[in-house]
Design a protein around this ligand. Structure first.
Ligand SMILES: C[S@@+](CC[C@H](N)C(=O)[O-])C[C@H]1O[C@@H](n2cnc3c(N)ncnc32)[C@H](O)[C@@H]1O
Length: 225
């Protein structure tokens, strides 16, 4: 297991600055122009560091994937999508969240991708009610049936494990959880990487690691069930 120790906020800042994730100018300007529109902690150091970590490890495993269709579960305001578009040229990314306001914000942040033939599309849905291996939902007036190639969930601590039960063995799982009970909505934290691996067992683990930050430890695994 890889252990990434970022003991101070300065370490976290350095990791973001020197890391994989480079915030494009248009995104930076958009966020600054809409300061009070997006929840500020959606772009906090901790958020950026954890997304950078995910993108780095995923790119290491799949530098040139064959245009995956991606579902992000608990996608919040869709901040991961621009980086997925840049690094992996996906066929389409569905950002799925039960909160309609977050999805509206995600489509504003990702407007250029929504306009480009739905390279990004927001979906309002409770992931507990979806079958990941055979997703069916309504968005933009269309009824969609899709089996995403990649299932990304960086919000596992916010939900039960029901979503995991419905993932098929040929879908790549990229998931993060953390050990913090202090934040609103953290109903399902994991306190060690082993606990994550027990709760979300993989047949083929391609990556497992922990990122220690001053506020919490985040765990990530990538692989197949
Ligand atoms: C506040 S964000 C947390 C971000 C996460 N820790 C990360 O780093 O990306 C969690 C999101 O999960 C969503 N969520 C929680 N339970 C859900 C469910 N059952 N179905 C869909 N979205 C859900 C919430 O609406 C929220 O937008």
């Amino acid at each position: 297991m890889e252990l990434l120790e970022l003991k101070t906020w300065k370490d976290v800042s350095n990791y973001v600055e020197q890391g994989f994730l480079q915030v494009p100018n248009w995104m930076f300007e958009h966020i600054v122009q809409h300061t009070n529109y997006y929840p500020p902690h959606a772009f906090s150091k901790g958020q950026l560091a954890s997304k950078s970590w995910l993108l780095h490890e995923l790119y290491h495993l799949y530098p040139k994937p064959p245009k995956p269709t991606i579902a992000i579960l608990g996608s919040w305001v869709g901040s991961l999508n621009p980086f997925l578009q840049k690094s992996f040229a996906p066929e389409r990314v569905y950002g799925i969240d039960q909160d309609a306001e977050s999805i509206e914000k995600s489509e504003k942040l990702n407007q250029q991708y929504v306009m480009d033939g739905w390279k990004y599309k927001g979906v309002v849905a409770d992931v507990d009610m979806l079958e990941c291996s055979d997703m069916q939902f309504e968005t933009g007036g269309e009824l969609i049936t899709v089996k995403p190639d990649w299932i990304i969930n960086t919000s596992c601590e916010h939900m039960s494990t029901l979503w995991y039960d419905t993932v098929d063995s040929d879908q790549l799982i990229i998931m993060q959880t953390n050990d913090s009970k202090e934040f609103d909505g953290h109903i399902n934290p994991c306190y060690t990487a082993e606990e994550m691996q027990d709760k979300y067992p993989l047949q083929q683990t391609l990556y497992v690691g922990a990122m220690i930050t001053p506020a919490y430890t985040r765990y990530m695994q990538i692989g197949y069930k």
